[in-house]
Design a protein around this ligand. Structure first.
Ligand code: SAM
Ligand code: SF4
Length: 325
C-alpha cells in the first residue's frame, strides 16, 4: 500500500515533531520569551506515536525524522528512538546538537541513518547573537564527536543576509576540512515581524556565492525525490541548498508531517491538518480507520507551497517548532 496524492507524488517520508519546546531561541524561529507551548497532555504519548508510526509504515512510509522543537529536550527520547528503529529502515533526527554528548552511544546503538545538525555560525559571538544562548562550544564539540565517531551527520545552515551570509564559503571550507556535507537553507518568513523577510537570501544567490569561490561546483542529479539541490565540488565534497521559500522542489515532495499534538500536515506551509490525536484517543477507531483518514488527507495535498500558503487560514503566530521543521 502507498500514500499517493492527486499529483501522483508518493508520500513515503514522515517528519515527526516530538515537542515544540526548545532550549535555544534562534531569532528566525522563536521569540526570546518562547511561544505558546503545548500542554503536556496535548502531546502525543510515545505509545501513540509508535502506533501511528506503525500505521504509516504499513502505508508505505519508509523513512522517519524526529524533529521539533528540539527532540532531545523531550524526556526519555531513547524509548521512542528504539521503537521507531524497530519499525523503519531509515530513522533520522534534526537537532541543534546542544545535548548530543549524552546520546552518541544511543545513536550508535540504534544505527541512526542520519543526523542533521543545525549551526548557523562558526563564530562564537555570532552563534550567541543568532541563538540567544551561549552553547557554541558544546555544539561544536558534539559535531566533531559525531564526525570522529562516524555518526552519519550533515550540517544545516539557515542563511541570513547581513548576519551570516559572509560565512557561506567558510562553511563550505569547514565541510571540506572535516568531510561533512553542509546544506544551506533559505530563511522562511513565517510572520510579519520575524525579520526573516529582511534577511532573505535566495537559493540562486547562495549558489553564486559558493561558485565565486569554488568555480568547479556542479549540480548532481538527485533523481525524482529531493528536498535539496545537491552540488559537488571537484574533490567530491557535497554541498546542498534547500529552497525552502523559493519552493522549486515541491513537485518532487515526498514529505508529510505530524505535529507534536498529532496533527497530520501535508505541507510546511499548512496551517491545519487532520487531527490524528483525537482519532487514536477514540477507543473504537481501528488501525484500518486510521489508514483511511490518513489516505484521505494525503490525497488532498496541494500542488505546491504557494497554493498552500494562499489557502492558509487565520493569522496566528507561526514557528517551525509547531509543525516540525
Ligand atoms: N531544534 C532542531 C534544530 O534546530 O535542528 C530541530 C527543529 S528546527 C525547527 C529544524 C530546522 O528548521 C533547523 O535546521 C532550523 O534551522 C530550521 N528553521 C527553523 N525556522 C526556520 C525558518 N524560519 N526558515 C528556515 N529554516 C528554519
Ligand atoms: Fe530551537 Fe531549532 Fe528553533 Fe533553533 S531552530 S529555536 S534550535 S527549534
Amino acid at each position: 500500500m502507498e500514500l499517493r496524492d492527486k499529483f501522483d507524488r508518493v508520500a513515503d517520508y514522515l517528519r515527526i515533531g516530538v515537542t515544540d519546546r526548545c532550549n535555544l531561541r534562534c531569532r528566525y524561529c522563536m521569540p526570546e520569551k518562547g511561544i505558546d507551548f503545548a500542554d503536556r497532555k496535548d502531546l502525543l504519548s510515545y505509545e501513540e506515536i509508535i502506533r501511528l508510526a506503525r500505521v504509516f509504515r504499513e502505508l508505505g512510509v519508509n523513512k522517519v525524522r524526529l524533529t521539533g522543537g528540539e527532540p532531545f529536550v523531550r524526556k526519555d527520547i531513547g524509548f521512542l528512538l528504539k521503537g521507531l528503529s524497530d519499525l523503519f529502515p531509515k530513522v533520522h533526527i534534526t537537532t541543534n546538537a546542544t545535548l548530543l554528548q549524552n546520546y552518541i552511544p544511543l545513536l550508535k546503538e540504534v544505527n541512526i541513518s542520519g543526523l542533521n545538525i543545525s549551526i548557523d555560525s562558526l563564530d562564537r559571538d555570532k552563534f550567541f547573537l543568532i541563538t540567544r544562548r551561549d552553547t557554541y562550544d558544546v555544539v561544536m564539540s558534539n559535531i566533531l564527536a559525531c564526525i570522529a565517531q562516524k555518526v552519519p551527520a550533515k550540517l544545516n545552515v539557515v542563511v541570513m543576509k547581513g548576519v551570516n551570509d559572509m560565512e557561506i564559503v567558510d562553511f563550505v571550507q569547514f565541510g571540506k576540512d572535516h568531510g561533512i556535507t553542509v546544506r544551506f537553507i533559505e530563511a522562511m518568513p513565517f510572520n510579519e515581524d520575524d525579520g526573516n523577510r529582511d534577511v532573505f537570501l535566495p537559493a540562486v544567490e547562495i549558489l553564486n556565492r559558493i561558485s565565486e569561490r569554488f568555480p568547479d561546483i556542479r549540480k548532481v542529479e538527485n533523481g525524482a525525490i529531493a528536498s535539496s539541490d545537491t552540488y559537488v565540488l571537484e574533490d567530491g565534497q557535497k554541498v546542498g541548498i534547500i529552497p525552502a521559500y523559493s519552493r522549486t522542489l515541491c513537485s518532487f515532495c515526498n514529505r508529510i508531517r505530524m505535529t507534536p499534538q498529532g496533527e497530520l500536515m501535508t505541507c510546511l506551509y499548512s496551517t491545519s491538518g487532520t487531527d490524528l490525536r483525537s482519532l487514536v484517543r477514540t477507543p473504537d477507531v481501528s488501525d484500518a480507520d486510521l489508514k483511511q483518514h490518513i489516505a484521505n488527507s494525503i490525497i488532498k495535498k496541494k500542488k505546491d507551497g504557494f497554493v498552500e500558503e494562499k489557502d492558509q487560514v487565520g493569522s496566528a503566530f507561526r514557528s517551525m517548532t509547531k509543525i516540525g521543521g
